[in-house]
Ligand binder design. Structure first.
Ligand code: ADP
Ligand code: ZN
Length: 312
């Protein structure tokens, strides 16, 4: 640092229900924080800009901003719609320009990625995926989403992965529930998200006790999806977070079911002997997203100024 004070970074976890904004030197050096409800783009982004203007007044100039966003979001740097939400069913948000709004307001570099890639980055830098170059972060909440690193780089590809919308075998006799995904009906999110559980069982997931049959069915769907992830990307670990995983009985059931489904085919002690570490909980809990957003901000800076890693 050459005696200079660490640079102020801004991180935003842009979610469908709230935007969590932090300003600081990193997740261990947060100076200001706010939770802003997701209403209209004008209102929410206006409040986000005001939060960072206040943070600048109190703590000095921003060096960069990072955003982990709900999506789908345009992540192609050359696209005219870069940093915009694309086809969300969320009213009013299609076309919302997150990066443009922030660049215009603060004239600093702005990094953006999906909410799950940001959370993956947070866990990679500070949490359960430290030292790994190929891993997946999956969240099971209002929606289901997955992100991660493959070969040391964040997964993007054509657009970005939509692991929550994979198709899993659906035994209609055992589970006649048609699914809630507006695009696919009974994709994984349609069958296993929090709203899917609430619709199937007529009660919110948090009200179903651990002996309820909901949890074995939920574990089955999640394990089927993890099976596909293991066979497709060969991750060194899978970190599973999100509100639905707050049911403590669920993750052990998922691990057990995944081991059964793989049936000894993928021969590695990480799965055969250490499944509890292989399918892990996020070490940062619900801070993974904002932690990763701050890493995305730091990644905008040249290495000598605290920039990090060639993972983008
Ligand atoms: P989001 O996906 O909107 O960021 P969360 O990850 O917190 O939000 O997930 C919200 C979902 O988690 C809701 O559908 C809710 O019913 C479910 N949920 C919250 N707490 C629990 C709990 N203790 N057990 C099971 N499900 C829960
Ligand atoms: Zn779907």
């Amino acid at each position: 640092m050459n005696g200079a004070s660490p640079r102020l970074l801004g991180g935003i976890e842009a979610g469908g229900t709230k935007f969590v904004c932090v300003a600081g030197t990193g997740i261990d050096g947060v100076r200001a924080e706010a939770r802003i409800p997701t209403t209209t783009p004008a209102e929410t982004l206006g409040a986000v800009v005001r939060f960072f203007e206040d943070a600048v007044r109190a703590h000095g100039p921003l060096a960069a901003l990072g955003v982990g966003s709900f999506g789908p979001v345009d992540l192609h740097p050359a696209s005219p719609r870069y940093g915009c939400i694309t086809t969300t069913p969320k009213p009013g948000w299609s076309g919302a320009d997150l990066v443009g709004t922030l660049r215009r307001a603060f004239a600093v570099p702005v990094g953006i990625d999906t909410d799950v890639n940001a959370a993956a980055l947070g866990e990679w830098r500070h949490g359960a995926a430290r030292g790994l170059d190929t891993f997946v972060y999956l969240t099971v909440g209002t929606g289901i989403g997955g992100g991660g690193l493959v070969g040391g780089r964040l997964l993007h590809g054509l657009v970005h992965p939509e692991m929550g919308h994979v198709r899993v075998p659906h035994d209609h006799a055992a589970d006649p529930f048609p699914g809630v995904c507006p695009f696919h009906g009974d994709c994984l999110e349609g069958l296993a998200s929090g709203p899917a559980m609430a619709a199937r069982w007529g009660a919110p997931a948090e009200s179903l006790d651990e002996t309820h049959p909901a949890w074995t069915l939920e574990a089955r769907y999640l394990a089927l999806a993890l099976h596909n992830v293991v066979c497709t990307l060969s991750p060194q670990r899978i970190v599973v977070g999100g509100g639905v995983m707050a049911q403590p009985a669920l993750l052990p059931l998922v691990r057990h079911e995944l081991t059964k489904l793989l049936n000894g085919y993928v021969q590695t002690p990480d799965i055969l002997q250490r499944i509890d570490e292989y399918v892990a909980t996020p070490a940062l809990g619900d801070r993974a997203g904002v932690a990763g957003a701050l890493v995305l901000a730091a990644a905008q800076l040249p290495p000598g100024l605290g920039g990090v890693a060639p993972f983008i």
